[in-house]
Design a protein around this ligand. Structure first.
Ligand code: SF4
Ligand code: SF4
Length: 190
């Protein structure tokens, strides 16, 4: 109801309403953490220092330097959680580790992809705002976790010699396997 009034106002006097995105804790992003990402199947991405937040059996490697890499051959520098529903999600309470949740979760539904801010269509709240024609800006609480992930990538993306672990195929695949032309363009590889 509030949104439709805002929409009418936008139409009538061309005012642009800008608001800060606020997560409504619907849990959608916690119930579907495994799926296709850049042509491979991955789970919830976690930084090395976040591994201990999850049960050992669910933590898998995600990105490593190839074994013939010049620097740190074989070193895993990103991990992932292999589950459909996050083990910390509770239908009634939502995230049970909310204050300590991984940086990716704290930044969601935003992501920095090749320094470009993108939004995830999997978040119904942000899609609702977009549909209503409301402009939103990234909340301050999302910014720092996104920058933390960005800094981690910046340290390791200094070489093209890495592989990603595909959960579906249960094997390491070269980083470019499964990528579309658009993915390659985003990664600056064509
Ligand atoms: S899907 Fe969006 S609104 Fe729902 S919990 Fe995730 S970030 Fe919050
Ligand atoms: S850690 Fe929390 S916010 Fe992140 S996916 Fe799990 S339940 Fe959701």
């Amino acid at each position: 109801m509030v949104l439709s009034r805002e929409k009418k106002r936008l139409r009538s006097d061309k005012l642009v309403l800008k608001m800060e995105f606020k997560c409504v804790r619907c849990g959608q992003c916690c119930k579907n953490i495994r799926g296709p990402q850049m042509g491979q199947i991955h789970g919830l991405m976690i930084l090395p220092e976040e591994v201990d937040l999850f049960p050992k059996g669910l933590v898998k490697p995600m990105i490593r330097y190839t074994h013939n890499a010049r620097n740190n051959p074989g070193q895993v520098w990103m991990y992932q959680v292999d589950a459909e529903i996050c083990p910390h999600y509770d239908e009634k309470e939502g995230c049970l580790i909310y204050d300590d949740r991984p940086a990716l979760c704290a930044g969601f539904p935003f992501e920095l992809s090749a320094s470009k801010l993108v939004i995830h269509g999997a978040c119904p709240e942000i899609m609702r705002l977009r549909k209503a024609g409301i402009k939103f800006e990234i909340s301050a609480s999302c910014k720092e976790p996104l920058l933390k992930i960005r800094r981690h990538y910046d340290i390791h993306l200094n070489t093209p010699e890495f592989e990603r672990f595909d959960l579906e195929e249960n094997r390491w695949r070269h980083v470019t396997e499964g990528l579309t032309k658009e993915h390659l363009r985003l990664l600056g590889r064509r």
